[in-house]
Design a binder for this molecule. Sequence first.
Ligand SMILES: NC(=O)c1ccc[n+]([C@@H]2O[C@H](COP(=O)([O-])OP(=O)(O)OC[C@H]3O[C@@H](n4cnc5c(N)ncnc54)[C@H](O)[C@@H]3O)[C@@H](O)[C@H]2O)c1
Length: 256
Amino acid sequence: MATAFPAERTVILTGAASPRGIGRATAYHLAELGWNIGIIDIDGDAAARTAQEVAEQFGVRGLGVGADTSDREQAVAAVDTLEQGLPQIVALVNFAGVSSPVPYLEVTPEEWHRVLSINLDGVHWVTQRVVASLVESGVGRIVGISSVSAQRGGGTFSKTPYSASKAGVIGLMRSIAREVGPLGITANVISPGPIDTDIMGGTLTEERKQAMAADGVLPRIGTPRDIAAAVAYLISEDAGFVTGQTLNVDGGLYMH
Ligand SMILES: NC(=O)c1ccc[n+]([C@@H]2O[C@H](COP(=O)([O-])OP(=O)(O)OC[C@H]3O[C@@H](n4cnc5c(N)ncnc54)[C@H](O)[C@@H]3O)[C@@H](O)[C@H]2O)c1
């Protein structure tokens, strides 16, 4: 029998501070659904501000802390702080990430390390710390954020280190799903197609959006809300029989 969700539950979101980002939109959506919100972002002020805003707007509790999630000590300390200040952690969504538009032969060791350490190591540091708490309560939901770039071999703004890191997120979540499933925890991935945020080198022009949309089946690119809605499902109590999956929210860009 699956353990029921506690009435008061917290979701931790990494990378949920940038003004037009997917994580921030998700914080708003989940707070509206009654989740208490913990935010970890390299921009600590914006993390605190966003958490406070959603708390005031939706009457939940919110706490935001600054940390570079690629640094294990900072990642662990941030989760410690959120755990002490908020109700029981039930879910984690790993949004923190960076793009990398560098052509392969120009990828320096520094660029490779920067992208892998934020997009993959950081996911591991935060997830490992959160899973340690979830196994104590016997209930939990983990979500990793990959990218269609991992599944299709780039073809997007970001190139090789990004694709490799995002493919790594899929392998990591599947493997975590297998190990912690018997302990009441699910782990899944959302793989977005192009979403209208500033991560692809700044705010997208209408022309660029149309060109990206032309590649898929649906006549538009995605919105942060499209991803927020998918997250809300995967971390819900009702999604307790879904684990090890990759949910493509990409307008039909990648079918398999
Ligand atoms: N926008 C897209 O088209 C798209 C497509 C596929 C996947 N994604 C993924 O979705 C996630 C969110 O992207 P977004 O479009 O909202 O971008 P964004 O740049 O708006 O958000 C990224 C967030 O991560 C934070 N961050 C960056 N480095 C960090 C670090 N070392 N430690 C802690 N926080 C850090 C940033 O401050 C920011 O708040 C990313 O993982 C991205 O790769 C985005």
